[in-house]
Design a protein around this ligand. Structure first.
Ligand code: SF4
Length: 428
């Protein structure tokens, strides 16, 4: 049996039935184009062509910190005044840009046309354009489309839209037996660690989606069970379920406890013996608990508010409450998918103030009233909040940093303790 350090549990746990403050108003979030930054690093033979304005190009370039000497795997087909005025045929212009790109870049095997606010405003039908271009460039290059527009998507929804567009292209699985599909972009190092743990338990048939190369798309079928590694993939999960895939319900692999419960869901589905599970997970679980403990003195008893941004807010709040003894003031999320979040909500205290959507002014008023020790928020809000004396953490950092799994649990805790330690040094 593994040595288990008690996690925080209370009679008041389970906020599955808690009422949610539903808000509509001014939002302060990135658009779904941001997902290109981690997706282009993951799928190494894909290219993301944003069909948008110079604003979209600036967003992607500044967020990704483009290396000008490298051939990037994303770009922008600029919609200019002639397109907006209807003088030029936007489809002809798009065909020309794609032709130039694919002639120059023979390495591109999968091309995503990514919709933006401007492409939606001029009602450019990118799904039809993708079908037309795919017919032209297959089998060498497959062309797909999805929307990253700020009108339709927030921040992490770009990945959901991208993966949902890929699902119909996954080949049918003909092999018999159970098969595990881990869904959601993870850093390669995290993927390798998780794959190794699952194989040591005895789960051999494992695929990760998205794959590192588009030519290695996983086959799926009725024997496939999927485990979401990221909480913002509701549309992708729905698409997979419509292909006969069975979604395993689990908390997300954040912290020692979340990772254990997440792996346990896979182990149960594959009938892995509990003693086998314990013998594989015991050592990394203890390492994770020890590395988290380093940060507990700094974080225990401190209060935190999450402003809605990445959709990681609820699993992170569970981790901070459960394993670091933090006090949850408000947990805001852009969207609350109750089914996907059910195992997380079960482990939050029923007193948690959950909010869905955003009305920025009202939420900032609540921050003023609550005076949390730490606020997790989008980049645009961090400086004004710091100027008011709050300590902040950029939510985008929690998406860009490898935080899933046992070996990253200490780093994850450190992302929250560091801003508080810095504040103490400034004040001292
Ligand atoms: S898609 Fe919309 S919100 Fe995003 S950068 Fe372009 S114009 Fe701005």
């Amino acid at each position: 049996m593994s040595a288990i350090i008690p996690i925080r549990k209370a009679d008041t746990l389970d906020c599955t039935n808690a009422s949610v403050l539903s808000e509509k108003g001014q939002r302060e979030v990135f658009c779904g184009l941001t997902g290109i930054i981690w997706l282009h690093r993951k799928i190494q033979d894909a290219f993301f062509l944003v069909v948008g304005s110079r604003t979209c190009a600036h967003l992607i370039q500044s967020a990704a910190g483009v290396m000008i000497f490298a051939e990037p795997r994303f770009g922008t087909a600029i919609i200019d005044e002639r397109d907006l005025a209807g003088i030029a045929d936007a489809n002809d212009e798009l065909d020309r840009v794609v032709s130039e790109l694919l002639t120059r870049r023979q390495d591109i095997k999968l091309l995503f046309l990514v919709g933006s606010c401007p492409s939606e405003v001029i009602k450019l039908d990118l799904s039809r354009a993708a079908e037309r271009l795919s017919r032209q460039y297959m089998p060498h290059t497959h062309v797909l489309s999805y929307s990253g527009s700020g009108i339709e998507t927030t921040f992490t929804q770009g990945e959901d839209a991208c993966l949902a567009a890929l699902v119909p292209t996954l080949p049918p699985r003909t092999a018999s037996g159970k098969h595990l599909l881990i869904v959601g972009t993870l850093a390669d190092v995290v993927e390798d660690q998780i794959g190794s743990l699952l194989r040591r338990m005895g789960i051999e048939q494992i695929d990760f989606f998205p794959p590192r190369r588009s030519t290695a798309l996983p086959a799926i079928g009725p024997g496939t069970m999927c485990l979401l590694a990221q909480p913002f993939l509701a549309d992708t999960a729905k698409q997979l379920e419509s292909r006969g895939v069975n979604r395993l319900s689990a908390p997300f692999p954040l912290g020692a406890e979340g990772t254990t419960q997440w792996l346990q869901a896979a182990a149960r589905a594959f009938d892995i013996d509990q003693s086998q599970f314990d013998s594989v997970t015991q050592a990394p679980r203890q390492r994770a608990q020890q590395s988290i403990a380093h940060h507990k003195a700094q974080l225990s008893g401190k209060s935190i508010t999450f402003l809605p941004d990445s959709q990681l807010e609820i699993p992170l709040a569970r981790f901070l409450f459960q394993e670091l003894n933090m006090v949850l003031m408000e947990v805001g999320t852009p969207y609350l998918h109750r089914q996907i979040m059910a195992p997380e909500l079960l482990q939050l205290p029923s007193s948690t103030r959950l909010s869905e959507g955003q009305s920025l002014e009202l939420q900032l008023d609540r921050c003023d009233a609550d005076q949390p020790d730490l606020i997790v928020c989008g980049l645009g809000l961090a400086n004004p909040l710091e100027a008011k004396g709050f300590t902040t953490k950029w939510s985008i950092e929690l998406v860009f940093t490898p935080i899933q799994g046992y070996e990253q649990a200490g780093d994850l805790a450190g992302l929250f303790s560091r801003p508080l330690a810095r504040k103490l040094k400034i004040v001292a």
